[in-house]
Design a protein around this ligand. Sequence first.
Ligand code: SAM
Ligand code: MD0
Ligand code: SF4
Length: 340
Amino acid sequence: MLELNREEFTKEELIKVLRSDDPELLQDLFSTARKIRKEVQGNKIFAYGFVYFTTYCRNNCNFCYYRNSNDIERYRKNEEEVLATSKALIDSGVNLIDLTMGEDPQYHQEKFQTVADIIKKIKQEYDTPVMISPGVVSNEIIDNLAEAGADFYALYQETHNRELFAKLRVGQDYDERMNAKLYAKEKGMLIEEGLLAGVGENEEDIADSLLTMGEIGARQVRVMSFIPQEGSPMENCTSPDRMEELKIIALMRILYPHALIPASLDVDGIKGLKDRINAGANLITSIIPPKSGFMGVAHNTMDVDEGGRTVEEARSILDQMGLVIATREEYKEFIKEVRK
Ligand code: SAM
Ligand code: MD0
Ligand code: SF4
């Protein structure tokens, strides 16, 4: 039996847990993860609003619906629309706004000035933390985004196996992506690292990713199960069994007790919330206002217009679990501690 209640795991031990289907070990894994979360933040869970404001993208990631070659309807929202949706999300009780985009050539051309202006307004007028998920951008743009006040830079490697990376993020450079993240950290932003489950990785790859997340100093770490996308090269690949994602969430919690770890509503909608929180996640992401015309990523419309991806809906589920959504002030306090 592995001893789970500790922060240090060797790579071999991680692999052993990832390979195990021993019910006793798994029960122990999830209850240890929950216990650690409770020790760190009691019954509080954080919540992020998701604002995917341009779905144009120059890249061709094989797993993604929004890849450039996919013949789909796209949108690019203006500053006013982004601010209105952000404000609605803040009023509904989210702790942070995640400004996400495809790698839209138009924003690159104007050096992200519009994005920097939006960040400043959300920070100054709405007094709310901001995460920026722009894909790979130049150091100069990172400087501008940091200066505008962005708190978090999210950029997921998806895997730390370079060969697999090349198959997933076709034509993109592994080091360029990693270095953008590290540069953002150097400039004072907190960084989020992430991986995809079910894209051809093995247990050793996952263990490498879990350890790398800590080595690069990521303060938010995520895993999302791959969802096949219509019209993409991986359209006919199967979505993995969710146990893989849940085990990874629990291992991240045990390895990194203070990390922000999302339960993303993007993978299985609101019905997937409980299992992910029970695996040790401490943050709900991909909250999107209904009927706003903004989309998700992996499941781009699931539960959105039905009002399933709202703070209110999440709150009622957490309530049954004896948990509550933290206030913005509590979240700010948390990241202040994390920064120390
Ligand atoms: N375009 C930016 C980028 O790629 O970094 C930011 C947004 S991108 C849409 C955010 C993340 O969504 C990806 O890094 C990937 O982890 C996740 N994602 C995209 N397609 C997915 C899919 N089919 N299933 C699960 N997750 C997916
Ligand atoms: C989420 N759909 O949190 C969002 C997205 C980008 N920073 C996050 C993948 O699940
Ligand atoms: Fe573009 Fe991001 Fe999708 Fe890749 S994952 S195609 S960079 S939107």
